[in-house]
Design a protein around this ligand. Structure first.
Ligand code: SAM
Ligand code: SF4
Length: 463
């Protein structure tokens, strides 16, 4: 575990020379070349306290995001298939010692019903989420779940990419997982601080720090080449956590020639009978959280940064501007709750509104358009085998935009025709046409042809 060098990280965080504002501004300038940052540079940026330097940081993050991803925001929804769990993570309601939680593992029929709801909303990407349980979330069950999801078809729509967030596996089981046709494998270290990790995970397989830390190495060795890492912010000092998570990303890049495909930045939310969610050990204010996201965008420019609906709508809008590239929308976080919420939508939304962003996909899509972000339902890279180093090469060459822009626009057109409400459809069509007119040359004519094919009834038009 030597690549998470706690003493190096602590010494960087204590280095007074890294608090110098002109040094911080120089690093921000250098970062605009989109070649990433060192750990030391990132430590200097975490020390920013001046409002002016912070503004420079945010503006650089926006520029880099626009250079690499344009104004696109990829949309997805999580699907919780089981909340059975043998671990005892102190921040999670699913932990084994929480006897008040009603445990539920979806049957394949229930999974199909949940997916019918999500596809009916217009989703094309799912993040499958499961507690850790030898029987309830077995490999067989995960495989059957993925197969069930890919089979669902509603109103011209279907799920085209299933990512998965589940417990770490052995190399052999990662090979099995890959054979199910999953996209990204996600697993968050939660905290990279060893002592904090031990306290937060008192029992169960998850109490093994190293088994979890090396999950991505095993996944990559098994041939899953899109992996997603993350930290659960609030468990320890955010500066330590950010530098440790970056150390993980740099180490994957060094050893496998590709860094993580995505980084997730969940913050601890209230959870039933979860002591660390009630008294958050290192709660982070919004301003520091925004700073973390901007620094990640500068440090690993080609890595997708995912923001979930844990954050409130208003704040999410602000974060899109500093480097977020993927967002969940219209999410529910307990097994079976999409179907349930369809039946009692109002009640459900009123009850949970305070906790985060509980708007429907349709509302989020409309909001994105109004804010100037192009909602993308594209899943082309994964299905065209542009994963791992092939994706990174393309992204670094600057050519990804020539592929992603047309794909984003054609999948958005599909969404508008098949799923948008009248209000979203009119806002969306206007936005789409304006976006098409911004593209020049041959790409413009390619886009128009793709849109025409979608208008003529073809679906899943991409390259
Ligand atoms: N059981 C698997 C695991 O722990 O890796 C995957 C599912 S778990 C529900 C997915 C993620 O939810 C965890 O990795 C953790 O970061 C996040 N999570 C747990 N409790 C949370 C809370 N109270 N607030 C926000 N995120 C939380
Ligand atoms: Fe189980 Fe994952 Fe929750 Fe921990 S975070 S209790 S492993 S579901």
């Amino acid at each position: 575990m030597e690549f998470i060098d706690e003493s190096l990280i602590c010494s960087l965080l204590q280095d007074e020379t890294l608090k110098d504002q002109s040094l911080q501004n120089e690093i921000i300038e250098k970062a605009k070349e989109a070649k990433g940052l060192s750990l030391k540079d990132s430590a200097a940026l975490l020390n920013i306290s001046s409002e002016d330097v912070l503004d420079n940081l945010f503006s650089a993050a926006r520029q880099i995001k626009e250079k690499i991803y344009g104004n696109r925001l990829v949309l997805f929804a999580p699907l919780y298939i089981t909340n059975a769990c043998v671990n005892n993570c102190l921040y999670c309601a699913f932990r084994q010692d929480n006897k008040e939680l009603i445990r539920k593992t979806l049957t394949l029929d229930e999974i199909r019903e949940e997916i019918e709801f999500l596809v009916g909303q217009g989703h094309k990407r799912i993040l499958l989420v499961a507690g850790e349980h030898p029987k309830k979330s077995s490999m067989q069950y995960l495989g059957d779940a993925v197969e069930t999801i890919y089979k669902v078809k509603v109103n011209n729509g279907n799920i085209r990419r299933v990512n998965i967030n589940s417990a770490p596996l052995s190399i052999d089981n990662f090979k099995v997982l890959k054979s199910f046709g999953i996209g990204t494998y996600q697993c968050f270290q939660e905290t990279y601080h060893y002592e904090t990790y031990k306290t937060m995970h008192p029992s169960g397989p998850k109490s093994d720090y190293a088994w979890r830390l090396y999950a991505m190495d095993r996944a990559l060795q098994a041939g899953i080449d899109d992996v997603g890492i993350g930290s659960l912010f609030g468990l320890t000092d955010y500066k330590f956590e950010t530098l440790a998570m970056l150390s993980h990303a740099f180490n994957l890049d060094k050893n496998y020639g590709i860094g993580p495909h995505t980084i997730s930045v969940p913050r601890i939310e209230p959870a039933l009978n979860a002591p660390a969610a009630k008294n958050i050990p290192f709660a982070i204010d919004d301003s520091s959280f925004k700073k973390i996201i901007a620094i990640l965008r500068l440090a690993v420019p080609y890595t997708g940064i995912i923001l979930s609906t844990r954050e409130k709508a208003e704040f999410r809008r602000e974060l899109f501007n500093v480097g977020i590239s993927q967002i969940s929308a219209g999410s529910r976080t307990s097994p079976g709750s999409y179907k349930e919420s369809k039946e009692s939508l109002k009640e459900h939304e009123m009850e949970q509104f305070q906790l985060g962003d509980h708007r429907s996909l349709d509302e989020v899509v409309k909001d994105c358009c109004n804010l100037g972000y192009m909602p993308s339902f594209c899943t082309a890279c994964y299905r065209s085998q542009r994963t791992g180093d092939r994706f990174m090469e393309l992204a670094k060459s600057g050519d990804i935009g020539k592929i992603c822009v047309p794909n984003a626009l054609s999948t958005f057109k599909e969404y508008l025709i098949d799923f948008a409400s009248d209000g979203t459809s009119s806002v969306g069509e206007e936005f789409l046409n304006e976006q098409i007119s911004r593209v020049n040359g041959t790409t413009n004519s390619k886009i128009k042809k793709m849109i025409e094919r979608v208008e003529n009834g073809e679906r899943d038009v991409y390259f």
